[in-house]
Design a protein around this ligand. Structure first.
Ligand code: CDP
Length: 206
């Protein structure tokens, strides 16, 4: 069984995907972490995420062990850097096989990202596109970052989310958009528990 969860920044797709994986006994992959890890590797090598050769080399060298330091990959600024490397088709092509291998290993998996239902796993058993108003997403992400001690304002988080939404939606390859057969789930007024129940209902009906 493969479940594809897509949506814009801080829509709650990660939390939802983790809970669905437990519910259905599946493995979980947060694919945003792959792009974050590529961006981190470029920066740690002293290079610039705008440099195509540097980001392609980092994508080719990507290893699952680089995903372990989740806190550093979630630092403010890394989402923006990830969305710059993620707009590069060569980087996306490198990362595609890793994601498909993960999805196809038994008993299956829940993958969350931007293009899981549209590109990575077009044959997924269930596809959900999670949305929420930018202000609601910024509020959630700001609470999360501030709770982890980051010094960042709500306005800065909202700006980052708007900029990434624009880049992720307008890029030429694998733009952020719902697959034709995805269920839409708007979580603006739903807490985690309500969003989880709504997702299980959608999956039962798939
Ligand atoms: O957690 P959040 O929604 O803020 O971001 P993320 O899911 O970790 O993704 C970081 C960035 O990676 C996004 O802004 C996208 O540009 C990119 N990404 C992508 O292009 N395709 C995916 N399947 C997942 C993430």
């Amino acid at each position: 069984m493969i479940i594809a969860i897509d949506g814009p920044a801080a829509s709650g797709k990660g939390t939802l995907a983790r809970r669905l994986a437990v519910r259905y006994g599946l493995r979980h992959l947060d694919t945003g972490m792959l792009y974050r890890a590529v961006a981190r590797a470029v920066i740690d090598a002293g290079a610039d995420v705008a440099d195509p050769a540097a980001r392609l080399a980092a994508a080719r060298a990507l290893d699952a062990a680089q995903l372990r330091d989740a806190a550093s990959l979630r630092e403010p600024g890394m989402g923006e850097a990830a969305s710059i490397v993620a707009a590069d088709p060569a980087v996306r092509a490198e990362i595609l096989a890793f994601q498909r291998d993960f999805a196809n290993r038994p008993p299956g998996a829940v993958l969350d990202g931007r293009d899981i239902g549209s590109v990575v796993c077009p044959n997924a058993d269930a596809k959900i596109f999670v949305t929420a108003a930018p202000e609601a997403r910024a509020e959630r992400r700001w609470r999360e970052l501030a709770g982890n001690g980051a010094e960042i304002s709500y306005e800065q988080v909202l700006d980052d989310i708007r900029r990434r939404d624009a880049r992720d939606t307008s890029r030429a390859v694998a733009p952020l958009r719902p697959a034709d057969d995805a269920h839409l789930l708007d979580t603006t007024d739903l807490d985690i528990e309500a969003a989880f129940r709504a997702a299980v209902d959608l999956i039962s009906g798939s």
